[in-house]
Ligand binder design. Structure first.
Ligand SMILES: [Zn+2]
Length: 322
């Protein structure tokens, strides 16, 4: 058993221990964690895994003699299955899920978008895989964009080339936490819309234009939410600035925000240009082979400069986070 890949430690999430530090430099089998007398090699355990994992490993029962294997239920102390612990384990998962739905229903998203997400989460969208799972005959089960993949939800919304393009505009910063739900929900909804257009017509979706629309939609929502929040606050408080939110440039200037998202084989650069009113003038995206985050951020700024030059903008402000 490989100690990084095979699930082997009961009572921790996923059954795989967490490394003490990254990158992981030592690999091996579970047996290599034991000393010749059969005890755990504590020094090695502590060097490899985080505190919690080490604790759980040390708690593991290990047969001294060659006893026969048997199946045990890890949720009880004695390893025997009972309904109560099974129910409790299930309730815990259920509870997490319940909380998520509460967040969704309470959010300011349009009812239509909430319903869309709910349907999506319950396999209710007629993508090929859902149709054939329901026993319907599907003539074409490939992705409508011709990428030679079979069409299931994960492909349509997360793995397709089209998504990679769109995902470049998702706010994945710490500062954007609040807006992430808005962005992701609205982006998913648009992805579904263009998938349907491609399914029913021969039109090729204009991704650039759709990205602008998504931004417009989301910005309108964010503005509306801010207005609501301001209205419910006292006047003194509402004079304070929010340092984390995007600010409009000075009159006559164009602000270009650039960012780089790291991917497994390089990075994805996105640039958005807005005028003094906050109106989106253009959105550009580039793929790059750069794999160092700091360098990618710099490359994004350089690309933003090219964009400004390309449009002939002279009064520009470049903004990025570092
Ligand atoms: Zn595809």
């Amino acid at each position: 058993m490989n100690f990084w890949e095979d699930p082997w430690v009961p009572n921790i999430q996923g059954f795989i221990p967490k490394p003490r530090q990254l990158p992981v430099i030592s690999f091996g089998m579970v047996n290599s964690l034991k000393r010749s007398n059969g005890d755990w090699d504590d020094v090695r355990l502590n060097a490899l895994f985080d505190h919690e994992s080490v604790q759980k490993i040390q708690e593991m029962f290990w047969a001294k003699s060659n006893q026969e294997d048997k199946i045990i239920w890890s949720k009880t102390r004695n390893g025997t299955f009972n309904v109560k612990t099974a129910y409790m384990a299930q309730e815990a998962d259920h509870h997490k899920e319940q909380n998520w739905w509460k967040i969704l229903w309470k959010s300011k998203l349009h009812e239509r978008t909430k319903f869309f997400l709910w349907k999506l989460a319950n396999h209710g969208r007629p993508v090929s895989s859902n149709l054939s799972n329901r026993g319907m005959s599907v003539i074409h089960n490939e992705c409508v964009y011709g990428c030679n993949c079979s069409e299931d939800e994960i492909h349509v919304f997360f793995l397709c080339e089209v998504d990679r393009w769109m995902a470049g505009f998702l706010p994945i910063h710490e500062d954007d936490k609040e807006n992430f739900l808005f962005f992701s929900a609205i982006t998913l909804e648009y992805l579904w819309k263009i998938r349907n257009t491609s399914y029913h017509t021969v039109e090729t979706p204009n991704l650039q234009q759709i990205a602008v629309l998504i931004h417009k939609n989301v910005n309108e929502m964010i503005d509306a939410t801010k207005r609501d929040a301001r209205a419910s606050r006292s006047p003194e408080e509402s004079n304070g600035h929010n340092h984390l939110s995007w600010r409009k440039p000075l009159a006559g200037f164009i602000k270009l925000n650039s960012d780089a998202m790291m991917r497994s084989n390089g990075c994805f650069i996105a640039i958005i240009a807005r005028n003094e009113e906050g109106k989106v003038l253009s959105i550009h995206s580039f793929k790059s082979r750069v794999s160092i985050p700091e360098v990618a951020k710099l490359e994004a700024v350089a690309k933003a400069m090219h964009v400004a030059q390309f449009h002939g903008w002279t009064k520009v402000i470049f903004e990025t986070d570092a």
